[in-house]
Design a protein. Structure first.
Length: 221
């Protein structure tokens, strides 16, 4: 685990762009999992830098989604779309297709497993909440202990469809973007061994290459 304290989002944008383009330039198939929330603006900036390159071997889907009709205002995919997250040539795979919650969850799980196992490099871009949640895995939720690649459950505010700790463990690399004073306690929690149920972001420590960009702890860049 590498913790990098930053003063500019451009550091994150350049890092992600470099990691993805580096693997693509080697002729590798890359799966990029993208989050919503505060990570949207970073992902959109990365997509702008990637455009114009050969993205044939790039597949993009979400780490999690808020269930509802296709294009609903709280959808992570819709928010990425509105932020001009656009990658011509890449395979773009939304989570919502107008199916039932059970069908959507099963399809998402199958896609995560199929794409990750079919790619040479799977990289996930995650946010983290003040409560230590990541993707759509809230503390104490059924997603924490799910034995599937994706889980869904009803939570305050949204019905969530999310990848699980099992799916996170299959990644080659995870990049976390966690800015703001409210994230400091959760970030410091990652330096300890805490049960997934209390701090789901602990699941990210299963990934061999984990980089955490933040503005609270670590050495300044």
């Amino acid at each position: 685990m590498t913790i990098r304290k930053i003063t500019s989002d451009e550091i994150v944008v350049d890092y992600l762009t470099g990691q993805i383009m580096g693997k693509l330039s080697e002729g590798l198939k890359v799966l990029w999992l993208v989050s919503g929330g505060s990570a949207v603006t970073i992902a959109a900036a990365v997509s702008q830098k990637l455009r114009g390159n050969d993205l044939t071997n790039l597949t993009v889907t979400l780490t999690d989604e808020r269930f509802g009709p296709v294009g609903h205002k709280d959808s992570n995919w819709q928010q990425l779309h509105l932020a001009n997250f656009h990658l011509p040539g890449a395979t773009m795979v939304p989570v919502l297709h107008g199916h039932s919650l059970a069908e959507t969850t099963s399809e998402f799980a199958n896609n995560l497993q199929r794409f990750c196992q079919g790619a040479s490099y799977c990289i996930g871009f995650f946010g983290m909440g003040p409560d230590g949640h990541t993707a759509g895995i809230l503390p104490g939720s059924s997603a924490v202990t799910s034995a599937e690649w994706a889980a869904s459950y009803h939570a305050p505010g949204f019905t969530r469809v999310t990848m699980t700790p099992l799916a996170i463990a299959a990644l080659k690399e995870a990049v976390v973007y966690a800015m703001g004073k409210s994230k400091q306690a959760a970030l410091e929690g990652l330096l300890q061994d805490i049960n997934f149920d209390k701090e789901p972001a602990q699941a990210l420590k299963q990934v061999t290459k984990l980089t955490i960009f933040n503005d609270q702890i670590g050495d300044n860049e």
